[in-house]
Design a protein around this ligand. Structure first.
Ligand code: NDP
Length: 453
């Protein structure tokens, strides 16, 4: 069977056997379509049914989460943990609490995580989980009771050598704390079963900053290859959560100027550069809307989401040299990419998972814009999570500078591996192809070594 037909057959079976999982199909299609060169060169992957196997999670757990709200009413949500692939190590991947979460979204994220984790060069498999719980507007007590109930079930399925979840959208230090506390209460064990823990109880310095910092390091590597750098570049950033905030912070360290940020209600444009202290105050401490930014910074403008131009994201209409989509999936479409291109943007570096639609990616590559794909560019978070696991296992504590140094090296090695692989398979500079093939190869070869499992 030709490689093209092999991929089409796996795509068709996936769609027929798991109906309605749109985002998951998008993620699978994106990976499989870039594997053609290696599948052609290595027929063993077809022979060992690797594609058929790799698109099916080893295990998916779906559970009921009941909790009491402040009015003493019982509330119900659905919890998920998809343990996708453990060929190269224990499952690792975040938990997302957001009202849109469904099995298809968790599967897309878990599938991507397999290749991302492989690319880091560390021994971690791929998984993802979460719930359709909406943390917005909930009291601290409600968040705690939800997290405790969620962990009572999750605790049966995780473990230091089995599955180590972390944060994602809607899950930060506070939620990890409540879940860790509950795990300890249920099992009686103080174990490194989550990453993103507090510094006083097993967390790693730099873990909070790692995804954003890593994304900026990755962009710097791409530019360095072109004999360029981030210095004096204008950047647009979307989102205002964990990834966006530390992308903005690191951009300043690299002498670039981030001029936008956004949340689910609107966006800020500040031509003077986003004020990091104000952003942290609003989002990390007050947990409120970005609209408040313009009360302090009169030169900045706020555009609510209902005033965005039809079918486009206003963040990507702001002229920039580099764009860092760092909020959520499919937040940068073809129209947005055309806006970026028209305004002279030369690089899109993905902090979020799958933020760019397939049509936008196609246009960007056609126009020879530079691209830092999520699997490589945002791998700094999970890589640092693994560093947290190493510190837990060896009972050591490394300094901020030590972890940051390791993170920087890992991002450079991910870039080098992706670049070299793109070259080896005759698509030099196409980091999407390079990252997907390099991530796939290690996992697929390990699956072959381990037999029919
Ligand atoms: P956070 O919850 O900290 O922040 C998410 C941000 O995105 C918030 O500003 C939120 O707005 C905004 N947002 C969420 N949904 C939408 C939407 N539909 N439209 C517009 N804005 C939206 O999450 P993270 O920063 O941790 O995650 C951001 C992205 O990065 C996700 O794709 C995640 O999977 C990815 N990622 C995260 C890693 C990590 O270590 N945290 C690691 C690798 C990838 P609001 O404030 O209004 O909620």
């Amino acid at each position: 069977m030709s490689v093209h037909k092999y991929i089409a057959k796996v795509m068709k079976t996936t769609m027929e056997s798991t109906p309605g999982q749109t985002e998951f199909y998008q993620a699978v299609e994106e990976v499989l379509s870039t594997l053609e060169p290696i599948l052609k060169a290595e027929p063993k992957y077809d022979q060992y049914n690797i594609l058929e196997r790799i698109v099916i999670p080893e295990r998916q757990i779906l559970f009921r989460v009941t909790w009491m709200d402040d009015a003493n009413k019982i509330q119900t949500n659905i919890g998920y943990r998809v343990q996708f692939n453990s060929a190269i190590g224990p499952y690792k991947g975040g938990l997302r609490f957001h009202q849109n979460v469904n099995l298809g979204i968790i599967k897309f994220l878990g599938f991507e995580q397999i290749f991302k984790n492989s690319l880091t060069g560390l021994a971690i498999g791929g998984g993802k989980g979460g719930s359709n719980f909406n943390p917005k507007g909930k009291s601290d007590g409600e968040i705690m009771r939800f997290c405790q109930s969620f962990m009572i079930e999750l605790s049966k399925h995780i473990g230091e050598t089995r599955d180590v979840p972390a944060g994602d959208i809607g899950v930060g230090g506070r939620e990890i704390g409540y879940m860790f506390g509950e795990y300890k209460r249920v099992t009686g064990n103080f174990e490194g079963i989550l990453t993103g823990k507090g510094i006083n109880w097993g967390g790693s310095l730099t873990r909070t900053e790692a995804t954003g910092f890593g994304s900026v390091y990755f962009a710097e590597n791409i530019l360095n290859k072109q004999n360029d750098s981030l210095k004096d570049k204008v950047a647009t950033v979307s989102g205002s959560g964990n990834v966006a905030i530390y992308t903005i912070q690191k951009l300043y360290d690299m002498n670039a100027k981030p001029v936008t940020c956004s949340d689910s209600r609107g966006m800020i444009y500040d031509k003077n550069g986003i004020n990091l202290d104000t952003l942290k105050l609003i989002k990390e401490i007050q947990r409120s809307s970005l609209e408040e930014y313009i009360l302090i910074h009169k030169d900045a403008t706020y555009l609510p989401i209902h005033k965005y131009p039809q079918g486009a994201n206003a963040v990507w209409a702001v002229p920039c040299d580099i764009a860092f989509p760092s909020a959520t999936q499919n937040e940068l479409n073809l129209k947005d990419m055309k806006n970026l291109y028209k305004n002279g943007c030369k690089l899109v570096c993905e902090g979020a998972n799958m933020p760019t639609t397939p049509e936008a990616i196609e246009f960007m590559l056609e126009k020879k814009m530079l691209f830092g794909p999520a699997k490589a560019a945002n791998a700094g978070g999970v890589a640092t999570s693994q560093l947290e696991m190493s510190q837990n296992a060896s009972m050591q504590k490394w300094s901020f500078a030590e972890v940051d140094g390791k993170l920087r090296k890992i991002m450079k090695s991910i870039f080098d591996l992706s670049y070299e692989t793109s070259k080896e398979f005759e698509h030099e500079g196409n980091l999407m192809i390079g990252a997907n093939i390099a991530g796939f190869k290690k996992v697929a070869d390990s699956m072959i070594d381990q037999g029919a499992v």
